[in-house]
Ligand binder design. Structure first.
Ligand code: EPU
Length: 338
């Protein structure tokens, strides 16, 4: 276990917010965790976990113990001729794992290519893109339960996955994810290609693990800014879910409104469309703005702190509410200072 103090996190979060962790603990295994917990108890600190820093809003100072889980092993367990289980350490980079899985011919996560962050963070917000969500391949996670003080395995049903949601997100600070088991397929026809942009690309290139992976990577590069060049946390707001009745009323006034069906009662609106229609696409105020190619992505042009980001996001959400009476909720996790 490695305990460091006053760690500068400004280059360890993709929004590049200035932040210092008073106590950071790098944890490789179970013993490291028990040592770190004992150290926090001694210092009178609570703790929280941070993965790759790609979906968080950090405060200027984190007084709590900040745990970084650094397990990076990958183990493959063949189940039968059609599928395997893969156990992946929480510290593995998600995007590198997807690349690994495609290069080994394991299907299931290719639509989730190029998403920043760690494997341990993936179940927290049930990452999703281009018609696939993590829960579609998730089998179980091995976690430490801080409330019960023991390790346990949580199966898919236990995690209560929803759209960008899970028990890990709902009970922050309770669970520490150590590794994640996914079921992947060795069959070469179980592809999700219904998303318009992918369909168009594979029509010319043919459908395979590689072409889907390439298509998703290309679409993301075209639409989403690279955090190394323009700091951001991906989609800043969730796509709001509203009732079908509320949708029909909006549709009368805005026939072009973009939506996806959720179930017989609810529909999901494209927050990017609502933000663009409210005049925020490509609009900048101070150090922050909404991206000019994807209005759902808030960018830090350099020099912003969390308060400025939250104030700007509130102004965007207020405009959308004034125009459409729809509430936008931020997607990234707000990390408390203590
Ligand atoms: N749109 C606009 N203007 C914009 C952006 C979008 O009008 O500036 C409309 C377009 O009609 C477009 C529709 O919104 O067709 C949907 O846009 P897009 O396909 O880019 O997807 P999204 O709903 O904005 C979601 C996820 C992304 C994921 C994509 C693809 C959320 C909050 N975001 O974005 O996830 O990559 O779908 O599946 O659900 C992330 O979570 O960080 C993320 C990037």
């Amino acid at each position: 276990m490695r305990h460091t103090t006053n760690v500068d996190l400004s280059d360890q979060n993709t929004l590049a917010l200035p932040s210092v962790a008073r106590h950071q603990f790098e944890i490789l295994n179970d013993e490291d965790l028990f040592e770190a917990l004992a150290c926090c108890r001694q210092l009178g600190l609570t703790w929280q976990v941070m993965g790759g820093g790609s979906n968080v809003l950090l405060p200027s100072v984190i007084e709590n113990g900040l745990f970084r889980i650094q397990r990076t092993a990958i183990e493959v367990i063949p189940l039968n001729t059609k599928c395997v289980e893969v156990i992946i350490g929480a510290g593995v980079n998600w995007s590198e794992f997807v690349q690994w899985s495609v290069s080994h011919g394991y299907g299931g996560v290719q639509n989730l290519a190029s998403i920043p962050g760690t494997v341990g963070a993936a179940p927290v917000q049930n990452i999703g893109a281009y018609g696939v969500e993590l829960q579609d391949v998730f089998v179980r996670a091995r976690v430490f339960d801080g409330l019960e003080g023991c390790f346990k395995a949580l199966a898919r049903e236990d995690c209560e996955f929803g759209y960008r949601d899970s028990i890990f997100k709902r009970y922050p600070g309770r669970y520490i994810i150590f590794d994640v088991t996914l079921q992947l397929t060795t069959e070469d026809h179980l592809f999700v290609t219904s998303y318009g942009d992918i369909e168009a690309r594979i029509a010319t290139q043919g459908v395979s693990l590689q072409t889907i992976y390439q298509s998703v990577a290309e679409i993301r590069t075209q639409k989403l800014p690279d955090p190394q060049q323009l700091p951001n946390a991906g989609s800043f707001f969730k796509n709001p879910v509203i009732t079908r009745d509320a949708f029909l009323t909006l549709k009368q006034q805005y026939p072009e409104i973009v939506c996806y069906p959720v179930n017989s009662h609810n529909v999901k609106l494209a927050a990017g469309w609502l933000i663009e229609q409210s005049g925020w696409k490509g609009k900048r105020k101070g150090h922050v703005g909404m991206h000019d190619k994807q209005a759902l992505v808030l960018v830090n042009f350099g020099g912003a702190d969390r308060n400025e980001v939250l104030a700007f996001a509130q102004a965007v959400a207020d405009s959308v509410y004034d125009k459409f009476s729809v509430v936008l909720e931020p997607e990234p996790v707000v990390i408390p200072a203590s």
